[in-house]
Design a protein around this ligand. Structure first.
Ligand code: ATP
Length: 314
């Protein structure tokens, strides 16, 4: 008989109230090893509260939480902490310590005094600055040191709050490379982020929070499909060609002439391939055809504002 692996994070009907404020309402969520989930939502949606509950820093009002098969509010969770790496949104380090000394301090807290700091510092591109005081580091360097601190001890669970905040494009790419490496090594990664454009293609699933409620959860293709957001196909052809292929649209497909040589079709994901085939066999000389799927930002907006469902996403 195949044994089901228990999830790394399991939340069941989770609620957290602060007096009259319902910060988190009835959340059900499972996250397995090797998965990367992005927690997205507006300011005050409940992301930090959820992260604090997962880390055992805040006790839920009701519901069940299991992290690495343990209740984070229990004493028995303390030994589990060494398997969790956490990068907070605001990284504050002792300015008078060097980068290397800082990592040594956190490694000792995790009971790992003999850690290989060289490879950790190398991974976040801080080897050259390892023996400089953190007070002389730029914001991006402090953020990368924060990432190195989170990676201490090969955590089974990485919780990253705005991991690319303050980083330049190359450093951001490096953070996502590290996340991929950790995932491949079997770690579970939970990212809280506002930078949705960056998360596209890099995550397995998204959880969208709105006023404390989980309004959508799944892979980006699943969420696109589920909310029936249209796919956009932009075709470039000479004016006569445009005229001809505009006839490929039927009642469920909209077509807009953007310029005399450019047409934009909007159709459901199911109709996409049939429409492309129809255009290609129409015997028209096509200069270009570009398919644009809704981005995570557009998916997020559609789930956050139901009036936009299925609408345009220019
Ligand atoms: P942001 O993106 O702005 O960081 P968030 O999604 O992390 O927001 P939370 O910080 O979890 O949101 O806050 C959710 C709700 O709970 C908000 O209405 C907030 O004001 C409230 N809240 C959070 N912490 C407390 C607290 N300690 N006491 C009272 N209310 C709180």
């Amino acid at each position: 008989m195949k044994m089901e692996k228990s999830p790394v994070i399991g939340l069941t009907e989770l609620c957290k109230n602060y007096r009259t404020i319902s910060a988190v309402q009835n959340i059900n969520l499972l996250l397995s090893s090797g998965e990367c989930l992005a927690l997205v939502g507006h300011n005050g949606a409940g992301k930090s509260t959820l992260i604090k509950i997962i880390l055992g820093l805040v006790k839920p009002t009701s519901g069940r939480v299991r992290v690495l098969r343990t209740n984070p509010s229990d004493k028995s969770f303390n030994p589990m902490r060494r398997h969790i790496g956490f990068l907070p949104e605001q990284v504050l380090f002792q300015k008078t310590l060097t980068g290397r000394e800082t990592l040594s301090f956190y490694a000792r807290l995790k009971g790992l005094p003999h850690l290989d700091f060289e490879s950790l510092l190398h991974r976040v591109d801080l080897l050259a600055a390892a023996d400089r005081k953190v007070g002389t580091y730029s914001k991006g360097m402090r953020q990368r040191l924060g990432m190195a601190q989170a990676l201490i001890g090969n955590p089974k669970l990485l919780v990253l709050d705005e991991p690319t905040s303050g980083l330049d494009p190359i450093a951001r790419q490096n953070i996502y490379k590290i996340i991929d490496e950790e995932k491949s090594a079997g770690a579970t990664v939970l990212i809280s982020s506002h930078v949705l454009t960056e998360l596209d293609e890099r995550i397995d699933r998204v959880a969208i929070l709105n006023s404390g409620r989980l309004v959508a959860e799944g892979s980006i293709p699943f969420l696109r499909q589920n909310i029936e957001m249209p796919v956009q196909i932009t075709v470039t052809a000479d004016p006569a060609g445009c005229e001809k292929i505009s006839g490929c649209a039927h009642s469920d497909i909209t077509v807009v002439r953007l310029a005399k040589d450019k047409l934009v079709f909007r159709c459901s994901p199911e109709e996409k391939l049939a429409l492309m085939r129809h255009i290609l066999i129409s015997n028209t000389k096509i200069a270009d055809m570009v398919v644009t799927e809704p981005t995570l930002e557009q998916v997020y907006t559609a789930y956050s504002r139901p009036d936009q469902m299925g609408g345009s996403y220019d």
